[in-house]
Write a protein that binds this ligand. Structure first.
Ligand code: ME8
Length: 560
């Protein structure tokens, strides 16, 4: 893989950001951070987010506030950026569809589709879902009693003369591309849904609206017919290409993955790839549609007004750290096919189990032992193998347990940290390829758990008490602590995309910040060129996460 390009939807600016927007953008951010490290070439990764500004509802909500659409869009686009800064997202560009760079190129793409006969004029009658800015197919409208499947608001019957995109021409091609995974529709359940709907037959898609008297001058006009405006969805999709359609960014196309929630999968898995095909452009390699964050069993959405707002997330960030919020959203969120409920108890439970008692406890325990027993300096290396026949350090530790009257039970166990860490990195890379970003960082946590298990088994604190009595004692203790620290270093690389600040803190204390320009596989080689060294200073430092009190009330959003 030479380059990696990941996108989020561009969000409507009729309202302020909430957990859903933060969640999708977090997924893209974590994937991009991982790939930057994996490739060792941050400049070859491109993460795009932004705002979708030409919707009718932006005009309406601006008017309600006595503002021009652009003033309202400016204000909300700034809110999105602020929210994304608070969540520590490191995107490479933030596109606004009101920017010239987008408008000019989107308009050129539409003209090209007109010229090729892929866009043509015709009459259209259908059920319009004004709350979602889209037409709903007749059977879906009927199934939902002529109400919006998303918001439950009544659908409107509309007839208009429109330009249409000939989606029907691409039915066979789309089926073949998706079936063969040339375009991967992920997760798998979504692929079947999309194929099922394609098999019902594809119709032409309206791509314009006739401008009526009194309409605000908002949106992009059809380049061939200024009486019409390009339907907001069609121009919005173009953002993924308009933003990288420059000499220096073209190399990022096609996108590796477009990420979104399942509500807008159809546009991304079907309409957009067909538009690209018609334009002579390559289709995205994958489209990933996650499920929803819900609250008390109902979808959270701006239209229902029941979402978890950015202010509440900020209150969680303030109390538990931004990295902890990122970890919770990432690992407990609706990444697969199932919706996820945001619940305070569950937050605290996850925080304590994975972070305070997991990553935080393990790193501070190992740091403290190195400080106490080795004077804060690694004095031995280890080949990472604690099985027979090379596990002499472990045998010495077990001897110490025996001497202290606390023998380890059962058969002698083996801990091959060189293998364990290599496997974890391989699994993380495989997970990243399928956009299972939660599984990707969980590989880091599994290494932390392996170190905890090894510490309980080898009991270095027991060994430390007999250091002068056992012939091999000092060597065994230093070797065991080295392998714990080195395994945690590798774990920290896999966890860093989710918790960049906390892992940077750890690297600072342990003097092991990953070098620039080196790929993950090199960085993560146990005992390799970038490993912890003999003589390396380890500062014990503060615990990364303090235990949370489950009895404490949930944080509350601060309002201006
Ligand atoms: O649809 N749970 O914008 P939008 C998880 N402008 N994710 C959620 C969510 C929830 N409850 N609610 C929203 C649009 N999202 C168009 C997109 S793209 C060319 C144009 C996230 O502001 C999720 O990513 O309504 C969803 O797909 C997106 O916000 C919809 O954002």
């Amino acid at each position: 893989m030479d380059t990696y390009y990941v996108t989020t939807p561009i969000y409507y600016v009729n309202d302020r950001p909430h957990i859903g927007h933060c969640y999708t953008t977090l997924l893209a951010d974590v994937a991009a951070r991982f790939q930057r490290m994996r490739l060792g070439r941050p400049g070859d990764v491109f993460c795009l987010t932004g705002t979708d500004e030409h919707a009718e509802k932006v005009v309406q909500s601006a008017a309600q506030r006595g503002l021009s659409p652009l003033e309202w869009a400016d204000r909300n686009a700034a809110e999105f950026r602020k929210a994304f800064d608070a969540m520590d997202f490191a995107y490479d560009d933030f596109v606004r569809t009101t920017e010239d760079r987008h408008k000019t190129r989107a308009s050129a793409y539409i003209q090209k589709l007109v010229d090729s006969g892929d866009i043509e004029l015709g009459d259209y009658e259908g059920w319009f879902d004004a709350s979602q800015e889209e037409y709903v197919p007749e059977n879906t409208a009927r199934e939902h009693d002529y109400k919006s499947p998303v918001t439950g608001r009544p659908l409107e019957k509309r007839t208009e003369q429109n330009y249409f995109f000939r989606l029907d021409k691409y039915e066979g091609w789309l089926k073949e591309q998706i079936e063969s995974n040339s375009i991967r529709v992920l997760p798998d359940a979504r692929k079947n849904e999309v194929l099922g709907r394609i098999r019902q037959g594809l119709n032409k898609v309206p791509v314009s609206r006739r401008i009526k008297d009194g309409d605000a001058d908002w949106g992009i006009r059809m380049p061939n017919d200024p009486e019409h405006r390009i339907y907001v969805w069609i121009e919005a999709l173009c953002n993924y290409l308009t933003t990288v359609d420059t000499d220096d960014r073209r190399r990022f196309w096609p996108a590796n993955v477009h990420v979104m929630a399942k509500d807008i999968l159809w546009f991304h898995a079907v309409i957009w790839p067909a538009m690209l095909k018609a334009l002579g452009e390559e289709a995205p390699k994958a489209v990933y549609a996650h499920a929803y964050w819900i609250r008390e069993g109902r979808k959270m959405s701006k239209s229902l007004g029941n979402f978890i707002e950015i202010e509440l997330l900020e209150a969680y960030c303030e109390r538990y750290s931004t990295d902890a919020v990122r970890w919770y959203l990432l690992t407990q969120g609706p990444l697969g096919a199932n919706d996820a409920d945001f619940a305070h108890d569950h937050f605290v439970e996850t925080y304590n189990a994975d972070l305070a008692n997991g990553v935080g406890n393990s790193t501070s325990r190992v740091g403290n032992m190195i400080d106490k027993y080795l004077g804060g300096e690694l004095t031995m290396l280890c080949d990472g193998e604690y099985g027979f026949p090379n596990g002499t350090a472990l045998q010495t530790a077990l001897q110490a347990r025996q001497n202290a009257g606390k023998p380890a039970e059962g058969e002698m166990r083996t801990f091959h940290f060189a293998n364990l860490t290599r496997e974890a990195v391989e699994k993380a890379i495989a997970a990243a390829d399928g956009f299972e970003v939660d599984e990707m960082v969980r590989q880091g946590l599994s290494l932390v758990r392996a170190v905890d298990d090894f510490i309980s088994y080898s009991a270095p604190f027991t060994l430390a008490k007999q250091i002068d009595e056992l012939e091999d004692g000092p060597h065994a203790l230093a070797t065991i602590l080295y392998s714990c620290a080195e395994t945690l270093r590798i774990a920290s690389l896999l966890i860093a995309p989710a918790m960049p600040t906390k892992m940077a803190e750890l690297w600072q204390g342990w003097n092991c910040a990953p070098a620039d320009g080196i790929s993950l596989e090199e960085l993560a080689r146990f005992g390799g060129a970038h490993a912890l060294k003999k003589g390396q200073k380890i500062t014990k430092g503060e615990a990364l996460f303090m235990r949370a009190d489950p009895k404490e009330d949930a944080p509350v959003a601060k309002k201006d």
